[in-house]
Ligand binder design. Structure first.
Ligand code: FAD
Length: 480
């Protein structure tokens, strides 16, 4: 019996079962149809975007990815690529098409001599942290351990050491990529340098990355951590003091201010159970003793409900937020923008929104940016925002799908109210479903780099085969 699979032109094509069987026999991994008991066993993060692909191809290596790309190309089939499955915008899967699922490709190999790490395209930050910390090293990544290394890196990547070591892409040395024509390239500063430029911020537009090579940096196993829970109702008083601290803090400090209602989890101090909090977090990329001293003012911005600041294993810091983001349970819609400054008027807006959140797990966040991120030129990588000292993100998270419209509208309204203080640029990794045209969404992230990205898309993926992503449409005919 043929199987109807979605095509790139928006239709469906009947693909012979024998052709699918032949493809399945040719790879080391598995081809899962909806009837397979393993089909639904790896949910994606955002429950709002659960999809039903016709086939899930669980690849075990680059060769499988090449064959999967060629099979999809041969039949003109719609294709999604899943790394960690944390796409907020729902780009981890697709309805009725094919998914290249990299969750069996999670290998990590650290070379402590050269301080480099090679990571497969389906690894999570938990996988990478586990191996790097064995050697007292880190690769700058995200703050939730289940987030995929691939999607986060390709969008830029910001985490707890961003001000000391920059974005994740700033530590990327090379990437092995299966391109739209099925060819395999290793992109680096020396080889396919234009592709390497595009991969550093351009998302999944340019191919399937089957492995990354990163520069690793010494840190841990113990780091100084600040975790101070103030009342959200005090945000208007706390945030100006936090801003003033951040403005003079060294690059070793990376801090964040997050409004959230804390769950009544047994691991959390009872005074914050079910309380709307403004959490001031911080990590010091240096010695724990000095870090605790330098971050002491973060603990004295007001009267905290609880303070869990202490030297702690970097591994614990990296998993501290995991329970708030279970896979496949929450509806999520996020919108982020970079801020040129954080004047009192902006803080008033942010503090007011922090106290009007429609759902307990909805976050109103201000990230301290700057430091090493800003020492890279705006056109040196595809990621264009290299001057903003702050980023604001409004992360709507709730459980009941019947509340979607209300929560999405609230996030959009918050974004609009904060927009007057924005540089005008967004962060594709913290962007919910496209609520504008795809081009409008990406051009706000890429600014002046958009023309070059579109020209490179035309060079490497002229048919826009890789389209389930923050999509960069190929330029009609443009010089690269
Ligand atoms: P996926 O859904 O698997 O993929 C996301 C996109 O990348 C898709 O378009 C996909 O096709 C593409 N892709 C995935 N793997 C590959 C590959 N190997 N080759 C080519 N394309 C690929 N971002 C930060 O910067 N810092 C954070 O601290 C952070 N924390 C987060 C916490 C949570 C709970 C969530 C949900 C997101 C967080 N993010 C963070 C955002 C995150 O970076 C993006 O959602 C990112 O796209 C997730 O990557 P993934 O591989 O898990 O997702």
């Amino acid at each position: 019996m043929p199987i109807a699979i979605a095509t790139l032109d928006g239709g469906r094509k009947n693909v012979d079962e024998s052709a699918i069987e032949q493809f399945a026999m040719s790879i080391r991994g598995d081809v899962l149809k909806p009837v397979d008991p393993r089909y639904g066993e790896r949910p994606i993060y955002n429950a709002m975007h659960q999809r039903r692909p016709a086939l899930i191809v669980r690849c075990t290596g680059t060769a499988d990815v090449v064959d999967a790309v060629r099979f999809a190309r041969e039949h003109n089939l719609l294709l999604a690529v899943r790394g960690g499955g944390h796409s907020v915008a729902g780009h981890s899967s697709c309805d009725n098409g094919i998914v290249i699922d990299l969750t069996r490709m999670r290998g990590v190999d650290v070379d402590p001599e050269s301080r480099t790490a090679r990571v497969q395209g389906g690894a999570t930050w938990g996988d990478l942290d586990r191996e790097t910390q064995a050697f007292g090293l880190i690769v700058p990544g995200g703050v939730v351990s289940e987030t995929g290394v691939a999607g986060l890196t390709l969008g830029g990547g910001e985490g707890w050491v961003r001000r000391k070591y920059g974005l994740t892409i700033d530590s990327l040395l090379s990437a092995r990529v299966v391109c739209a024509d099925g060819s395999v390239r290793t992109a680096s500063a020396e080889s396919d340098a234009d592709l390497f430029w595009a991969l550093r911020g351009g998302g999944g537009n340019f191919g399937v990355v089957t492995s990354f090579e990163f520069r690793a940096h010494p840190l841990g196993p113990i780091v100084a951590f600040a975790g101070v829970f103030y009342r959200a109702s005090d945000a208007a008083q706390i945030l100006p003091r936090w801003r003033d601290y951040c403005l003079q803090s060294p690059d070793e400090v990376t801090s964040v201010a997050v409004a959230i209602t804390m769950p009544a989890a047994p691991t959390l101090p009872p005074p914050i159970h079910n309380q709307a909090c403004l959490v001031i977090g911080g990590v010091y990329a240096g010695t724990p003793e000095q870090g605790m001293r330098v971050m002491q003012p973060l603990r004295e911005l007001g009267t905290p409900l609880a303070d869990i600041s202490q030297p702690m294993p970097f591994h614990h810091v990296q998993t501290a937020f995991d329970p708030l983001f279970p896979m496949g349970k929450l509806q999520s819609y996020w919108k982020a923008q970079n801020l040129a400054s954080l004047p009192d008027q902006a803080i008033e807006v942010i503090a007011a929104r922090a106290n009007q959140r429609p759902s307990p797990l909805t976050l109103v966040v201000v990230f301290q940016m700057g430091g090493a991120i800003n020492r890279v030129g705006a056109t040196d990588t595809a990621y264009a925002e290299r001057s903003a000292p702050w980023m604001s993100s409004v992360d709507g998270n709730w459980e009941n799908p019947t509340d979607n419209a209300k929560n999405i509208a609230w996030v959009r309204e918050s974004f609009s109210q904060i927009a007057p203080y924005s540089t005008g640029t967004t962060y594709t990794n913290f962007t919910g479903q496209a609520d504008e045209s795809a081009d409008a969404l990406t051009s706000k992230a890429y600014g002046a780099n958009m023309a070059r990205l579109r020209a490179l898309k035309a060079k490497y993926d002229p048919d826009n085969f890789f389209r389930i992503n923050a999509n960069i449409t190929p330029a009609a005919a443009a010089p690269v």
